[in-house]
Structure formats: C-alpha cells, structure tokens
Write a protein that binds this ligand. Structure first.
Ligand SMILES: [Ca+2]
Ligand SMILES: [Ca+2]
Length: 224
C-alpha cells in the first residue's frame, strides 16, 4: 500500500506540475506525448569580396589584359555599393571573366545566387551579339550548369537585381563564373556588384526549444 500511495502521490505531483506549466489552459491539439521542436535556419553569404571593394576572392581573366575589378563608372554613375564593381567587356572581340570557388555545405536547405547588374551597349536593342553568361563550373571554363544569360538585347543603365535558386551541388566545391563575350563590332559593357551566394542551414548552435503538453494533462481535462 505504501508503494501504491507513493505512485499515486508522484502522479499527482506530476499532474500538478504540468498544470502549472500550462497555466491551467487547454493545450493545442497535437501529439499525445511531450516532444521538443528544434527549429530555425541561419543563412550566410559564402562569396568572398562580392562587393568588389577589396582585392581578394576573385580570379580574373581578360583577353585584352583589362582590370576587371574597377572603379570605372557604370552608366548610372555609381556602383551599387562603395566605389568599385566588376566591369566586363566594352571592347570588340572581348572575352573577360571573373570566377571564384564556393563550397556548398552538404546540409544546405536553400542556396540562392544574388547579384546586381547593368548592361550598356552600342548594339541595336534587338541584337543579341554580345552576352554575359553566369555558370557554375567544375573547374574554371568547364560549366556544370548555366544559371543565367544576359545579352546586349537587355540594355539597362540602372541597377537591376537578380536572384536565382541554385539546385544541387551540396557538399561540392564549384566555381561561380561571370563570363562576358562580345563580337567584332558595337561593344557592350557588363557591370556587376554585390554578388552573394546565400546558403541556409539548420541552426543547431542555438536551438529553439518548445515543450508541448498533451491535452490530457491540461487544466480543462483535469477538472472534469
Ligand atoms: Ca561595390
Ligand atoms: Ca557587339
């Protein structure tokens, strides 16, 4: 009998504790046993020197030997951030590119490429002779996927934002490349700034703990 009384008292204390924790209010309908919800994700940019204000991050190539990270003003008069950006093309038979390696974590839940761009061209607005191609490469120059193509037909002399979801490539290191090519006449300039690859991952460093109490232990249930 002592054992039975002890169990009875312990169960009573447990119910009282749970009623106290729930404030005597009915809990939300949910699973029949208490559980913990660990939520939230955190997102971070993995591109180095995406605003082009520093000197690191990018590997560049220019067939004409041009400086591709530049303070040469875009058509709008200023870069999207700071005083420098990427300045590709703007001469005939151009081949310019900037590239950098990025490693996409294996547990990434969402990956997004974002950047700002302008295009200034001497081409006819209907012509597509000059183009900027955005790719992910296995090694620089060997594309795995083309994410975007901008041609001289899309002439914008103000900053425009691009946002592109990146599918796959989790757990891999790939090269993000912006590659400009022009034909033999009527050059086109491609300007870029504030390049980001935003990677979202489950946040395990500071989990949000949420205690669910089954309905049977709520004050409403106990009172009846
Ligand atoms: Ca900038
Ligand atoms: Ca051209």
């Amino acid at each position: 009998m002592r054992r039975a009384r002890f169990v009875h008292i312990s169960l009573g204390l447990l119910i009282a504790l749970l009623v106290f924790l729930t404030g005597g209010r009915p809990s939300n309908a949910g699973p029949l046993s208490p559980h913990l919800q660990v939520g939230n994700t955190t997102c971070q940019n993995i591109v180095v020197n995406g605003d082009f204000e520093g000197d690191g991050g990018w590997r560049t190539y220019s067939a004409a030997g041009e400086e591709l990270i530049s303070d040469f003003p875009p058509p709008s008069g200023a870069y999207h951030s700071g005083r420098r950006g990427a300045y590709l093309g703007d001469y005939n038979n151009a081949h310019d590119y900037i590239t950098q390696a990025i490693t996409i974590p294996p547990n990434a839940t969402q990956v997004t490429l974002r950047y700002w761009w302008q295009v200034e061209s001497d081409e006819d607005p209907e012509a597509t002779n000059d183009r900027l191609t955005v790719t992910l490469d296995a090694v620089p120059g060997t594309p795995l996927v083309t994410l975007k193509e901008l041609t001289s037909r899309v002439q914008r002399e103000v900053w425009e934002e691009e946002s592109i979801p990146v599918e796959g490539y989790r757990g891999r290191t790939v090269w993000l490349r912006f590659d400009a090519r022009t034909d033999g006449s009527l050059p086109t300039a491609f300007f870029l700034d504030d390049v980001q690859v935003l990677v979202c991952q489950p946040d395990t460093s500071s989990p949000t703990w949420k205690l669910f109490i089954p309905r049977v232990f709520s004050g409403k249930g106990v009172g009846r």
